[in-house]
Design a protein around this ligand. Structure first.
Ligand SMILES: CC(C)(COP(=O)(O)OP(=O)(O)OC[C@H]1O[C@@H](n2cnc3c(N)ncnc32)[C@H](O)[C@@H]1OP(=O)(O)O)[C@@H](O)C(=O)NCCC(=O)NCCS
Length: 250
């Protein structure tokens, strides 16, 4: 029983004193609703994580290994976001938004040196995204992801058909999403892939190979169908384009 308790706490915080400290701060402040809660957390969470400026953290954001998390100024974490920052940690750049139920899990129970999740500035990570960082996930600046996107930097080894897959270890090379990429709804990016700067991945696609910069790629496996540097602009000129307050603020 004691062994199981130790195993559980090792999966939640860097040490027993850190576990107690983080749970006390989170227990007091994580549920407080409204703008009052956002203000309290912007101050109190400085005791347990690295906050470069003021981050807006909604109620019910779940956090483990808070000491391995660094948030830039103007970061917004929507309700029910889950950050699990095992060694390697999670870094989120200035003015990046994580929408509700998004999960960033470094998942580094094997102490891999390359494990981490790093997201740049001015990104928008959509609802219910899942990012697993065993191999290291690096997301650049100005990246936009639709709902239900999955970026999973790990594969299970399955070479021996006579042993359960879960006993055969993992490979974890890492994923890079370069600046100004848009991943459509329900895109999955598998391990070892780089999505080049300025690319667009169509909704529902599975990205299994590197995508050259400025590609528009669709399907499973995702294949480039055109380049953004070679577009027929007449369709855009005909379309009604809308801007919002967020673009104006930025
Ligand atoms: C990829 C996308 C941006 C369209 O790009 P586009 O340059 O306008 O492409 P087109 O509509 O001209 O389509 C070109 C071809 O790709 C196909 N295609 C487009 N999107 C596709 C997708 N997601 N999956 C598979 N094929 C797709 C089209 O059917 C067309 O095929 P065809 O030439 O055989 O007729 C758009 O289809 C898309 O997937 N948007 C994502 C929407 C989304 O997730 N929004 C959430 C907000 S983040």
């Amino acid at each position: 029983m004691l062994e199981q308790l130790r195993y559980y706490i090792n999966g939640q915080a860097a040490s027993v004193p850190r576990y107690v400290l983080e749970q006390v701060i989170l227990g007091i402040f994580s549920w407080v609703p409204s703008v009052v809660g956002i203000g309290l957390r912007a101050l109190a969470y400085k005791l347990i994580m690295k906050l470069d400026g003021v981050a807006a953290i909604e109620s019910r954001v779940r956090i483990a290994f808070a000491g391995n998390i660094q948030l830039g100024s103007g970061v917004y974490l929507d309700r029910d976001v889950y950050l699990h920052a095992l060694p390697g940690g999670i870094t989120i750049g200035n003015d990046t938004f994580l929408m509700h139920h998004t999960m960033l899990h470094v998942f580094n129970f094997r102490n891999l040196p390359q494990a981490k999740i790093s997201i740049g500035r001015n990104c928008f990570i959509g609802e219910f995204n899942v990012i697993r960082g065993q191999g290291g996930v690096t997301i650049g600046n100005d990246v936009y992801t639709g709902p239900m996107v999955q970026i999973v930097a790990v594969n299970h080894v399955y070479s021996d058909p006579n042993r359960p897959i879960r006993e055969q270890g993992i490979t974890a090379k890492g994923i890079t999403i370069e600046d100004d990429v848009w991943l459509g709804a329900n895109v999955t990016v598998v391990d070892g892939v780089t999505v080049g700067r300025g690319s667009i991945i169509g909704a529902g696609s599975v990205v299994t190979k590197d995508i050259p910069p400025y590609s528009i790629a669709v399907g499973t496996p995702a294949k480039p169908i055109k380049s953004r540097q070679d577009l027929d602009l007449s369709a855009f000129e005909a379309a009604e384009v809308f801007f919002g307050e967020l673009e104006e603020i930025r």
